[in-house]
Design a protein around this ligand. Structure first.
Ligand SMILES: CC(C)(COP(=O)(O)OP(=O)(O)OC[C@H]1O[C@@H](n2cnc3c(N)ncnc32)[C@H](O)[C@@H]1OP(=O)(O)O)[C@@H](O)C(=O)NCCC(=O)NCCS
Length: 254
């Protein structure tokens, strides 16, 4: 399996400011796990620091659907279903799942109404994992790379995967690669030629699942924000990107 590894160059700013704050975050998680209350000043620093310095990196991945697509078997018994209508029997389970996964309850009805689709792995009526897809002609707010202030414009025959989620007890069972490949096969037969998705650089499980499903990195976009207003961007091109990723509000990327 080809792996996707994301290595961005560490800048002087990262070393001077990023490292201490990463350390503080790790410390805080440790204290929280142990049920200890972090010192007030440290907690304050973790909350307030992002106003001074914040770094976000998004990896843009694409998969060509021109070649044959080999199905992937999940390691658990699951059936794959497509939900594209709020009247579907599975829709109430999806609302619950969206609340757990993304704490958004209106999302399901709104997205289905606008034309988005959900591919769900189920065992009976029990939802194990799901992913949503949208296309250029669908009026959902996705694709949307808010963390790096960018707005991708999909090409005509491309679909975008978002809100991917596997319930914790079913993780590592290849449900998401199986779902992605099933969606790709289904949409390829409807004329789609490319799939894309955006993943945070820290999300290794998702990067591994995407690599297993045949996605490759096209671009790595990093946004540094200093003192809330000063924004610096780095775009690293790995391979030609078919979607056009444009900065929102005319922010210049470099
Ligand atoms: C990312 C996510 C969707 C992956 O789904 P999945 O069905 O577990 O996918 P896979 O079975 O292919 O596992 C992918 C990787 O997760 C990791 N993993 C394995 N078991 C795991 C477990 N019990 N818990 C967490 N991660 C695990 C492994 O690194 C695995 O890669 P590997 O099989 O090559 O070792 C899932 O972890 C998840 O729902 N995360 C929270 C939501 C999220 O981050 N969504 C993505 C937003 S873009």
């Amino acid at each position: 399996m080809a792996t996707i590894s994301v290595r961005t160059k560490r800048t002087a700013v990262d070393r001077l400011i990023g490292r201490p704050i990463d350390w503080l975050k790790r410390e805080r998680e440790k204290w929280e796990k142990e049920g200890l209350r972090p010192w007030v000043w440290r907690n304050f620093l973790v909350e307030v620091w992002p106003f001074f310095y914040d770094k976000k990196t998004i990896v843009w991945l694409e998969k060509d659907l021109l070649d044959d697509i080999e199905p992937i078997e999940a390691k658990v018994r699951a059936q794959i279903k497509v939900v594209d209508d709020s009247g579907d029997d599975l829709a109430p389970s999806l609302v619950k799942a969206a609340e757990i996964g993304w704490r958004e309850s209106n999302f399901v009805a709104e997205t289905l109404e606008k034309g988005g689709k959900c591919y769900v792995a189920v065992d009976g009526n029990n939802v194990l994992a799901y992913l949503w897809i949208t296309t250029r002609s669908v009026a959902t707010k996705e694709p949307h790379l808010g963390d790096v202030d960018c707005e991708p414009v999909l090409s005509e025959n491309e679909f975008y995967i978002f809100k991917v989620f596997t319930f914790p007890q079913y993780r590592g069972l290849r449900l998401i690669p199986a779902l992605i490949v099933a969606a790709a096969q289904d949409l390829k037969s409807k004329g789609y030629r490319r799939a894309s998705m955006a993943v945070h650089d820290w999300n290794n499980p998702m990067l591994r699942a995407a690599a297993r499903a045949g996605f490759a990195t096209c671009e790595i976009i990093t946004r540094y924000r200093l003192f809330l207003i000063l924004r610096l961007y780095r775009r690293k091109h790995i391979r030609p990107c078919r979607a056009t990723i444009r900065p929102k509000g005319g922010v210049k990327l470099r």
